[in-house]
Ligand binder design. Structure first.
Ligand code: SF4
Ligand code: SF4
Length: 463
């Protein structure tokens, strides 16, 4: 597929500089207001989600260390890997579909990196150092006490916020209870956790104070995929070249038709947080934040021209191709696949067992012949409680010719707990014609089967 995106690379530094620092003008306008509503609502959600509890479980938790995940209060364990893979696939298709229709709106409106950068850190910068021209003046000016104080204040606040974000991040990764322990207990009892907080604080501080838009333009792989995901049907922030060109201010006595609607004020460039000029075409660096749409709309209002010289367009519309027709076939196909995945995912979660188990034959054993003429096989059963509450259980073979004989009797699993049982399956060898017979063992709770595990029962050959 031919890519419609230009990759202009990062904003090129001027001679002698390793990087051109981007001073983005403070945005304002209808889209920015809407973006603030969306952004701050999501920010609130990001912050409180790991602290909220449903049935005693965190609303969201991704505990990689203990391999325990809580999604909307439902706990998932490594035994639920298939649900996770399915979930990841669903999210991936969702992203592809969303991007194919709306372009990179995720980046500019909902990505945590953009929300923290544009709606938290940059706003603090505007508050302390002023708008972009004042920031530029401050950075290029003499090293005065006032400048040192502003820099000290800004970076101190950045570090405090980075520390808070690191704590919230850890609440997602290790759970709120573990985080409280790190905060409350003496440091030497949680030295690893404490170091983790310091590392993440440093990382977030460096990203938001210095790396900034490079995360979106160079580091993030999603941005690099845009070329494959977008086509001439996708909606994206674009400049209406046909309407805007030739750009420039109308000179006295010049015919109105001699110039397009773009007055070349460059406001759309000044507000861009990734430092690009949208008039150069749709570019990989554009995160669809719509700051340039607001800026240009304000200019169009002032000069009495219709809005949306910069706006949401599909490339086909902009180019005014004769054979261009709005087609949604690809979107419908993605939509059908996505709905199928969501339905499959819902069924998987709904039918998910409350107890996860792994049943294995005791290492190195086959069968034992008993004095009473019966045959037994020894097994170990590892159970894990996924129900989010204490649970009582029993185990029984599905085959009526087999009986169970427990080596260690355990019939209760504590919330989030696990247990290891050993037991024999005992049967008359005459009832089994094959050397290896497939059998099932069910785990019962409240008279319901909550998990069924497969294994084999071995009898002496020739019997
Ligand atoms: S803000 Fe609008 S008028 Fe000004 S340079 Fe950009 S596209 Fe042209
Ligand atoms: S070009 Fe416009 S929409 Fe794209 S990142 Fe820059 S300001 Fe945001």
């Amino acid at each position: 597929m031919e890519t419609i995106l230009k990759d202009n690379g990062p904003v090129l530094p001027s001679k002698g500089k390793s990087r051109e620092w981007i001073y983005a003008k403070k945005p304002s306008g209808k889209f920015y207001n809407l973006r603030q509503w969306v952004g701050y609502s999501l920010l609130l959600f990001f912050i409180i989600a790991p602290f909220l509890r449903i049935r005693g479980n965190p609303f969201l938790m991704f505990n990689i260390i203990e391999r325990k995940f809580s999604i909307f209060g439902t706990l998932f364990y490594p035994q639920d890997l298939h649900i996770f893979v399915f979930g990841m696939l669903t999210v991936l298709v969702g992203i592809v579909l969303f991007t194919a229709i709306f372009g990179r709106v995720w980046c500019g409106w909902t990505c945590p990196q953009t929300i923290f950068m544009e709606l938290v850190f940059r706003r603090i910068e505007y508050w302390i150092e002023g708008d972009w021209t004042q920031q530029k003046k401050l950075n290029n000016g003499p090293n005065t006490d006032a400048r040192a104080f502003k820099k000290f204040l800004k970076h101190s606040i950045f570090i405090i916020i980075s520390f808070l974000i690191a704590n919230v991040f850890l609440a997602y990764v290790i759970g709120v209870d573990e985080l409280y322990k790190i905060i409350i207990d003496p440091i030497d009892q949680h030295i690893v956790g404490f170091i983790a907080i310091l590392i993440f604080t440093t990382l977030f501080y460096l990203v938001f104070a210095f790396v900034r838009e490079i995360v979106c333009t160079t580091i993030c792989p999603y941005g690099r995929f845009q070329g494959v995901l977008l086509d001439d049907q996708s909606l994206t922030v674009a400049y209406n070249e046909k309407r805007g060109e030739p750009r420039g201010k109308q000179k006295k006595g010049e015919e109105e038709s001699a110039k397009g609607d773009c007055i070349d004020c460059e406001l759309c460039v000044h507000v861009c947080p990734t430092g690009i000029d949208i008039r150069n075409g749709i570019q990989l660096e554009c995160v669809n934040c719509t700051a340039c749409v607001d800026a240009c709309d304000a200019v169009m209002d002032k000069i009495g021209k219709p809005k949306r010289l910069v706006g949401f367009y599909s490339l086909g519309e902009i180019e005014g191709k004769k054979d261009f027709k709005k087609s949604r076939t690809r979107h419908y196909i993605y939509g059908v696949v996505l709905i199928a995945l969501i339905v499959g995912m819902t069924l998987m979660v709904y039918n998910r067992s409350l107890i996860g188990g792994t049943l294995l034959r005791a290492t190195g054993s086959t069968y034992q012949l008993r004095e009473d003429g019966t045959v037994s096989n020894l097994y170990t059963l590892q159970l894990i409680n996924k129900s989010g509450k204490d649970i009582r259980f029993t185990i029984k073979p599905d085959d009526h010719d087999l009986k169970i004989q427990l080596v260690n009797e355990i019939n209760e699993l504590k919330k989030d707990g696990s247990a290891k049982l050993s037991f024999f399956l005992v049967g008359e060898s005459k009832n089994f014609t094959k050397y290896k017979t497939d059998v099932k063992v069910s785990v019962m709770s409240d008279n319901k089967v909550v998990e069924t595990l497969k294994t084999t029962f071995i009898t002496p050959p020739g019997d």
